[in-house]
Design a protein. Sequence first.
Length: 482
Amino acid sequence: MISSTDDDDSNPSDDSFRTVDPEGSSVLFETMAHAIQEGGYARREFEAGFRIHHYRILRELGRGGMGSVYVAEHVYLKQQVALKTLPPEATTSQIAAERFLREAQALAVLSGPNVLPVLDASVFEGTPYFVTELLTGSSLKLHLAEYGTLTINQAMDLLEQIGDLLVRQEKAGILHRDIKPSNIFLREDGSFCLIDYGLVGFSETGESHSLGGDACTVAGEILGTPVYMAPEQAFHPELVDHRADLFGLGITAWECLTGTRPRHLNNGLRSVLEQAKENNLPSVREYRPEVTEELSKILESLTETDVEDRYANAEQFVRDLEQYRYGRRRPYGATKGSAFIAIPFHASFDTMYEFLQDVCGEAHLAARRVDRAPSMTDIWNQIDQEIQLATVTIAVFTRERWRASPNANVLTEAAHARALNRPLIVLTTDRAEKLPFDWRNLPVIRYRNTPKGLKKLRDELLPRLRQHLRQHRSESRTLPVD
């Protein structure tokens, strides 16, 4: 069953919720969990002037399916805060109560910039609540309704700040799964804050323990907001991972730059989901020509319909964005494989390694090398793993000036790739007769270490890398979204 109303009404269901136990908060959370398990929630609303422990209710700020939010004041500190409780209509639902607890836990784990800090949490007469910062500003949805779009710099701030938060989420094993303009707050100081973790899930990388009771799920329902959800959330919810949050951030940024809704429900919910599965978003430059091709490429790599074509993780995305924004190497979008670079560790080869990184980036391959490890055993174990996982190995046989033959480590790494029957490309500045005897009959790319020579090398190397990537993807293609 698909359950959703409009594009901003989420359907709070899932079959893979997990919980974490933030250090230092276990006593409060155990108390809340006990109240939830005992079914001791109170069916009540809180009026202005009512006191909940150290907090006096000032007014109701808002209410949704996942909680009621009040403006409250700490009676001793005179500090205004936001206090969230289960809404009266949800207090008889153990599923809703467990999700409420998990939202508090997720916020506690993610404590830091661009997410609401949890200031307190407890249970009052059977009603769980938690306290956060009281935000000043407006939701991104309201800002877009008033101004139409964000400036390009504002959009990059959004991508960078929420991207940094997604890096923290991935490390904690947390999934938001409902990123959209109404769940992003634009503070008065111009910073962005991701709110409403009511649909939070925890991936296998997150520490977990059971609260007991039934799993937080309603069979057959879809979790998220169809207008903004990644295709796999609708069609393969059991396969959803952190890349769905990258999609949500990308499609939100696309709307912020274009001033256009990415999808519409005019033709029904099933229609919008089918459209999401089959079609990538149009280029942002069709609506906003002043957006550079590089930034447009970054957005495309966030919002690819095929999950395997998106950025592999938030760290890769943030690195690409920073490279573009702050003048470092040109971003090339999501990588779809890796190239292991067997190259001498000497500083004289650092420029060559950076050159190969850029060429690999153009081919959507992440260039990797191994040059630090606690012991030789560790380093060779790492090299073996890198070569076996790599789409292709590039071995630089160019000799260091004081050597009569190519670097011994590079030869060993290339020989290992050859022995494993892994794709291998050999580069050298030497003539064939200068190579070790058993390498002379293999195809190599000879280059000159000059600007013109490196350009020629790029033109010859790039199509070969792309060919290896196509072959690799055809051999190991995962199940597509259908």
